[in-house]
Design a protein around this ligand. Structure first.
Ligand SMILES: Cc1cc2nc3c(=O)[nH]c(=O)nc-3n(C[C@H](O)[C@H](O)[C@H](O)COP(=O)(O)OP(=O)(O)OC[C@H]3O[C@@H](n4cnc5c(N)ncnc54)[C@H](O)[C@@H]3O)c2cc1C
Length: 305
């Protein structure tokens, strides 16, 4: 099956977009801001918080980076005007990190200014390891500017516990995820259980300190383990939240978390770049092809949210 997934991931870009669309569709809110806001509103009605992400990464001109910066600034205006309960997540290579780290920093600070205007929140996604240090440095600069900003750390990276020790404080707001890119074994654990163990340890380390942890996974074992740990430690609900990607069919488990009064946030990507994004994701992690094939047949039976 995994060879079939890899094969399909390589072939998909050769097919027309209409063929690839079903592979992207469950995971993307649509191409326009209107569609994204409609999805966010719907999720809010079901009790979920949202974080919106404009699809795209690795832009190659300053002009393009300014356009993305402005699109994110307008998105904060729109979220406020529509009254939806949503933050924003973005990637620094979408704001020019690959061209010049100073450009990305200038752009993200301009976006953050809007977050501050509305008392909203900005999450800086984590990309592959060549960008980790730049991203954390820019995150620190942002945090000095306005505290409503968060980082992401990946449990597969061997450095993550050390990064938490360095960043941990009452102002530290971090999403912990497993990590989606292919990384060298010298930098990243490859073993599934080692990644799980590091994920759990990472969240516990944040919560044993004074920070805020966003637990971003669909791995039920991790969710169960951390939920029990949180309850045993009687942690206040304003210290953590759970997060899931739009379209991943773990609705019943998320509903149980909501029923306990926990914040559950859905990461909702949208935008014209859905095709490239999906293809890149599929090539980086061909297992996703398998998830999607399964989901294509499962969706009708198993409610998403
Ligand atoms: C809110 C959120 C934000 C994220 N942000 C980042 C980031 O900034 N940087 C980064 O590197 N990674 C990010 N990720 C991706 C993350 O690193 C993992 O690659 C992804 O979540 C899959 O890992 P998992 O923890 O769900 O565990 P897995 O073991 O991969 O999955 C657990 C189970 O969930 C289901 N599942 C998982 N993914 C999918 C899918 N796409 N479609 C259908 N079913 C699926 C499968 O049934 C699987 O058995 C984010 C993930 C989430 C949930």
């Amino acid at each position: 099956m995994s060879r079939f997934n890899s094969f399909l991931a390589v072939l998909l870009p050769l097919f027309p977009r209409w063929f690839a669309k079903p592979f992207a569709k469950p995971y993307v809110a649509g191409e326009t801001v209107e569609q994204a806001i409609a999805v966010a509103r719907n999720l809010n009605h079901r009790g979920y918080a949202v974080t919106l992400d404009i699809l795209g990464e690795h832009i190659h001109s300053r002009e393009a980076s300014y356009q993305i910066r402005d699109a994110y600034r307008r998105l904060y205006d729109r979220i406020a005007a529509e009254g939806v309960r949503s933050t924003i997540s973005l990637k620094l290579t979408h704001l020019g990190l690959e061209i010049d780290p100073a450009l990305a920093e200038e752009n993200v600070l301009a976006v953050l200014e809007k977050a501050r205007e509305y008392n909203n929140f900005l999450r800086i996604d984590m990309e592959n390891s060549p960008y980790t240090d730049h991203t954390l440095r820019i995150y620190r600069r942002c945090r000095d500017h306005y505290p409503g900003v968060g980082a992401v750390l990946q449990a597969y990276l061997r450095r993550t516990l050390a990064d938490i020790q360095n960043l941990n404080s009452a102002r530290f707001n971090v999403r912990i995820c497993k990590g989606i890119y292919r990384e060298d074994p010298t930098l990243a654990y490859q073993d599934r259980q080692a990644i799980r163990d590091n994920f759990i340890r990472a969240v516990q380390t944040v919560l044993e300190g004074e920070g805020y942890a966003a637990i971003a996974t669909h791995d039920i074992t991790i969710i169960d383990t951390l939920e029990t740990w949180i309850e045993n430690h009687a942690l206040s609900t304003d210290r953590f939240e759970f997060q899931a990607l739009y379209g991943v069919p773990i609705g019943p488990r998320l509903k149980r978390l909501l029923a306990k009064g926990y914040t559950v946030r859905i990461y909702v990507p949208f935008g014209a770049e859905w095709f490239d994004y999906s293809i890149r994701r599929l090539k980086e992690n061909p297992h996703i092809v398998g998830y999607i094939l399964k989901n294509l047949f499962k969706h009708k039976r198993q409610g998403r949210y």
